[in-house]
Design a protein around this ligand. Sequence first.
Ligand code: SAH
Ligand code: SF4
Ligand code: F3S
Length: 471
Amino acid sequence: MPKHITPEETERQRAFAAKLAEQNARAAQACGSPPLACTRTYGCQQNENDTERIRGILSKCGYGFTENENDADLIIYNTCAVRENAEQKVFGRLGILKHMKESRPSMITAVCGCMVQQPHIAEKIKKTYENVDLIFGTHALYRLPELLYKTITEKQTVCDNAPSDGAIAEDVPVMRKDGASAWVSIMYGCNNFCTYCIVPHVRGRERSREPEDVINEVKELVRMGKSEICLLGQNVNSYGKDLDRSVDFSDILRAVNDIDGVKRIRFMTSHPKDFGDRLLLAMKECDKVCPQLHLPFQAGSDKVLKDMNRRYTKAEYLEKIERAKRELPGAALSTDVIVGFPTETDEDFEETLDVLRKAEFDTIFSFIYSRREGTPAAKLKPVLSDKRIHENFNRLLEVQNEISKRKNDAYVGRIEEVLVEGVSKNDAGMLTGRCASSKIVNFKGGKPLIGKYVNVRITEAHTWSLNGELV
Ligand code: SAH
Ligand code: SF4
Ligand code: F3S
């Protein structure tokens, strides 16, 4: 059995939420509207899903919501620590908040998530940004009602970034994003300790939710009208290893596939070392699992993979990709790559390019290595200059852009079913959505189509997206 927070603790948090809701209802009576909260998310889908929980909690505490920070009585930044630039963005925002707070001293500002789970960052914020009222880490999310109550009533800076005791908090209210798509975290944390990565340090050890909890959440989502389910975990292939019964990720896929009303199932992320035939078979047999596979390889050189503690070789990785291509013909492949890991030489980098050419991914997410305090790789001296790393990074993009465009060209003329997500950012007259293999498709259409599945004939391919017309 995974450890859960106790029913008494859940009740305690409900009581704090009720007290805040009472206060906020009084404020609403006095000024005509409830206090407004504004949330901003930096980071991965798991963080987005956490923000949905934060908004769920805030709603129970009687807050309304605004997208505009200038109208907000409470601003919460949910942060990411995976690369330095993610942290720099937040520090930049905190500087701006400092000025906003001078003119609106009653506004409450909070920073939460992966970044502040690191003690040295929480300390830096406390010292440098006195305007921040509340700091809470990833493991304290469910305690938000109590923390917020303390911040407001005691009028002092509150900080809770204690490490996880391994307990899972079910029963946290969730306010979902609009549309037909929904995230479901099936597990938390990571045990892999890739040497460059901060995630295991800020998210704790792997904890799988009970299968019934996952299935019940999906059923509830279907009742709410959601039909595309994205199952989340840092390494979904490890699902169930910590449970005291025999269940793995392929069992979850099959169980979700059996739920009436679910139309599409996506998942991320798979770790290549654990990716095998059982999962491939489930993907093949489950008709609702989308034809896509995200399998991060990070680097092509066996030496670098070893230094990264990835626990597979280039040959093993490519063999798994070949098997995936054979078993899931037509599925879109994507990956994550890091350029400039400290021990990577130019020769090592050539191996990364070789993987790109052989695997022929549809899409890659590429990153320049970012030194993360507290990780083993942070102690290594880089062998290549920053300039050289940037040159290599640009070469990587060049090689991949040609492959991505070629892969997208093959879609021209096809009719794809697209789940419409919203209005295209680049062209207001266009809608944007994703086809089954997760490619972005832009096409002309009216707003009532948002949240619906439509058939689109692909007319034009770009490197990052497709254009089409409604059929
Ligand atoms: N659990 C997932 C994703 C982790 S974070 C996985 O293992 O694939 C998403 C991506 O960020 C990683 O795949 C990696 O490519 C990148 N990343 C993580 N730490 C990084 C660092 N220190 N510098 C640059 N990129 C990093
Ligand atoms: Fe980070 Fe590796 Fe875990 Fe992914 S598998 S979250 S890259 S430690
Ligand atoms: Fe995600 Fe960033 Fe945290 S990638 S798990 S939000 S460090």
